[in-house]
Design a binder for this molecule. Structure first.
Ligand code: F6P
Length: 351
């Protein structure tokens, strides 16, 4: 079999583990060939590719990023996009393309499948927000990076008796914020799932200070929003794909907290540090499992399927079922945020 592979959307620790896993399974176990397309669908449309073999993949397991490069370009955005994709299948004699990507990339794969292309999906995102898979690779690495940063911020916050706001990634969901907030022992964690009340946040900080806790770490997901009408927000700056370019909510919050409480406050936005560098072991293992499973799905002709992690096992789910709604943070984890935040009079124990 001849299988194409590409990595699309934002890069993510563990992508090279997927590529290596797929290539090793294809070449060593299944006597198949893998064609790697550079920079996602742009490489398919421009015939920018390299043949991948076990030798080419030697040493890439601990590498961050993706040896194939990535982009957010996709065939449906171009008039002749589908024609060029069809040509790539013919030119390389491809039986399948494995697309590794986030929610946006999975939607493209679902549409390609509807258009009759033999494709298989591998879910990827540090945000961990793709439905029907319990975990995506890259997420655990991002959480570890945030946790290490929060550990460091505790000592400087303590020394200066400051509020330190840590802005982490998560445009639509608060998985990274929730996990790193719990792991790093943040006093308050704010996530998109639950719009916050700035007045209440400040009240909790002030109460904490009155009890002699003069340093407060607040973790905020970049997509967290105040409850409507409670705080003025400037218009965010967006890129051509509709993604916010500059972190914003962290600095807005720090300024607001300092203004309302009089307590010195600072902001740290961890940004793309969360996506860079070597994947932790969990992400290498999950990436490898996904890469192998995607090749096996292609060999089985499981077109339009996405590999996924469910109850510790690798399964296949229809890509079309995985797109359209993001996976939010579980209520029981969100409950810990509420339980552990500084108490104020009138708080009820969250049931
Ligand atoms: O989806 C992954 C992600 O890292 C988000 O957490 C973040 O909002 C976005 O990508 C950043 O995108 P870009 O790399 O285009 O700035």
């Amino acid at each position: 079999m001849r299988i194409g592979i590409l990595t699309g959307g934002g890069d993510c620790p563990g992508l090279n583990a997927v590529i290596r896993g797929a290539v090793r399974a294809a070449e060593v176990t299944y006597d198949s060939t893998v064609v790697g397309f550079r920079n996602a669908w742009r490489g398919v449309m421009d015939n920018d590719f390299e043949l991948l073999d076990v030798d080419r993949c030697r040493g890439i397991l601990p590498l961050g990023g993706t040896i194939l490069g990535t982009s957010r370009d996709q065939p449906f955005a171009f008039e002749d996009g589908l024609k060029k994709v069809r040509k790539a299948y013919d030119r390389h004699g491809l039986d399948a393309i494995i697309g590794v990507g986030g929610e946006g990339s999975m939607s493209v794969l679902a549409r390609l499948h509807e258009n009759g292309f033999p494709i298989v999906g591998v879910p990827k995102t540090i945000d961990n927000d793709i439905s029907l898979t319990e975990m995506t690779f890259g997420f655990q690495t991002a959480v570890q990076i945030c946790t290490d940063a929060i550990d460091r911020l505790h000592t400087t916050a303590e020394s200066h008796h400051r509020v330190l706001v840590v802005e982490v990634m998560g445009r639509h969901v608060g998985h990274i914020a929730t996990w790193s907030g719990i792991a790093g022992g943040a006093a308050i964690t704010l996530v998109p799932e639950e719009p916050f009340d700035i007045g209440e946040v400040c009240e909790r900080i002030v109460h904490r200070h009155r009890k002699g806790r003069f340093a407060t770490i607040i973790v905020v997901a970049e997509g967290a929003l105040p409850q409507p009408g409670t705080m003025e927000l400037p218009e965010p700056e967006m890129d051509k794909y509709g993604h916010q370019i500059l972190g914003g909510i962290g600095s807005i919050l720090a300024r607001e907290i300092q203004g309302r409480t009089g307590i010195e406050s600072r902001m740290t936005a961890l940004g793309h540090i969360q996506r860079g560098g070597s994947p932790v072991a969990f992400d290498r293992v999950l990436g490898t499992r996904f890469g192998v499973a995607a090749v096996e799905a292609a060999l089985d002709g499981a077109w339009g399927q996405m590999v996924a992690l469910q109850q510790g096992h690798i399964v296949r789910v229809p890509i079309s079922d995985a797109v359209g709604q993001l996976k939010m943070v579980d209520a029981d984890l969100l409950r810990l945020n509420t339980m552990f935040q500084p108490r104020i009079p009138g708080d009820e124990y969250p049931g």
